[in-house]
Design a protein around this ligand. Structure first.
Ligand code: HEC
Length: 180
């Protein structure tokens, strides 16, 4: 083998190895990265008032997935859905204040961030009582953006039991399938 052929082979071996590396998947929240610019770049497609918990949930999706949502179809690969909660502003008796449209009024800061992301090949390794198709879940600290430790089984079981027929999503499916 001449030197050029050998160099080409070496490059093929190295890049082949790197590709195999990126394809290695281990289930868990470490697969999900919170993009630094999500609050500027993502589409806030809905907000949900939770009067019982006195919070407002802002639900965002990456613009690429937003553009690819289709009624009756599973969520597109690459969907990254971010749910960022805010405290509701309260009256003197501790009840949520409402604006002219009857919606709750948020305090500025985010207090919790929950994420679900779908990628081709994800989900492998979860048992049938947990697996949500190709979705992973994660929680992030709303102040620092750091991924939070702690069990996520409740995320999987609730979304599985309630929404397996809606590709494991609540508001995302409903948004894609709402009458327009
Ligand atoms: C008891 C049921 C339940 C559990 C547990 C749960 N969720 Fe959800 N999730 C919901 C519901 C219901 C919604 C729709 C918004 C709402 O009404 O609060 C939702 C919405 C979401 C959304 C917005 C996209 C969508 O599907 O509408 C994300 C992201 C999400 N949940 C992530 C998580 C993560 C991460 C966990 C675990 C830390 C979790 N959820 C635990 C019920 C649950």
């Amino acid at each position: 083998m001449n030197r050029i052929a050998f160099a080409a082979l070496a490059v093929a071996v190295i890049t082949g190895g790197a590709l195999a590396q990126t394809r290695t998947y281990t289930p868990g929240p470490q697969n999900i990265e919170l993009p630094a610019d999500w609050a500027q770049r993502f589409v806030r497609y809905t907000t949900v008032d939770k009067p019982d918990r006195k919070i407002i949930r802002n639900i965002y999706i990456n613009p690429e997935a937003f553009a690819a949502l289709r009624p009756g179809q599973p969520m597109p690969y690459g969907s990254l859905v971010i749910m960022a909660d805010q405290r509701a502003r309260l009256d003197a008796e501790g009840r949520p204040l409402l604006n002219g449209n009857g919606r709750m009024i948020p305090e500025p800061a985010f207090i919790a961030i929950a994420v679900q992301q779908k990628e081709r090949g994800w989900g492998e390794g979860y048992g049938p009582d947990l697996r949500n198709g190709e979705w992973e879940y994660a929680r992030f600290n709303a102040q620092t953006g750091a991924r939070m430790e702690g069990p996520l089984n409740a995320c999987f079981t609730c979304h599985l039991q309630a929404r397996a027929q809606q590709d494991f999503t609540f508001t995302t499916w409903d948004y894609a399938n709402r009458a327009r």
